[in-house]
Write a protein that binds this ligand. Structure first.
Ligand SMILES: [Fe+2]
Length: 191
């Protein structure tokens, strides 16, 4: 991952070296949020099947919220004296995860895969909270607020995958494609 040097100035009460560390951590969080907002739109465009309209329409408010999170994160980087990198090239070069791997597919199959996407971003957001919380409670608060929404959105997704017994249809999946296979309509051909 690219690493920034300490900024020339940062938020009062934080050392420039701590400010630089927060900027580094937020750089990847910004990539993750930009990636998620694009992935949510990709799913919005590629869902098919009986649950099309419910899933298609559920996703746009998530896109709007996640785009807002990215904006807040980028502006926090600027306030800390850093440079937010919002270009696709920087995102692809620096991200530590693979591109979303499901194309046109049954709506519930996409949700099975999207559940794994949310798990990844929530785990990494929580890891950033743990480290940033030792340095800057204000940035920690920003990320905690984002987590509250991200975890609610994952629940919206998981509610479609959950049985009345409380198990998730994609529980054994290790990849997005496996999750899509486990949760989609049987016999469906997917790209
Ligand atoms: Fe649309």
């Amino acid at each position: 991952m690219a690493s920034s040097t300490a900024p020339n100035y940062t938020i009062p009460g934080i050392s420039t070296s701590d400010g630089g560390r927060i900027i580094d951590l937020l750089r990847t969080r910004l990539h993750a949020l930009n990636d998620l907002s694009l992935t949510l739109k990709h799913i919005h465009w590629n869902v098919v099947g009986p649950h099309f309209i419910a899933v298609h329409e559920m996703l746009d408010p998530q896109v709007d919220s996640v785009r807002g999170m990215a904006d807040d994160t980028a502006e926090r980087v600027s306030a800390l004296g850093g440079v937010p990198h919002g270009t696709p090239g920087a995102l692809v070069a620096e991200r530590t995860w693979d591109d979303y791997s499901v194309g046109r597919a049954d709506a519930i199959a996409h949700l099975g895969a999207l559940d794994l996407v949310y798990t990844g971003i929530i785990e990494e957001h929580r890891a950033a909270v743990t480290e940033i919380g030792k340095i800057d409670p204000v940035t920690e608060d920003l990320l905690i607020g984002q987590l509250r929404s991200l975890e609610q959105f994952q629940w919206f997704v998981r509610a479609h995958l959950e049985s009345s017994g409380g198990t998730l249809a994609n529980a054994d999946a290790r990849t997005e494609r496996q999750a899509a296979q486990l949760t989609g309509r049987s016999g469906e051909k997917r790209q």
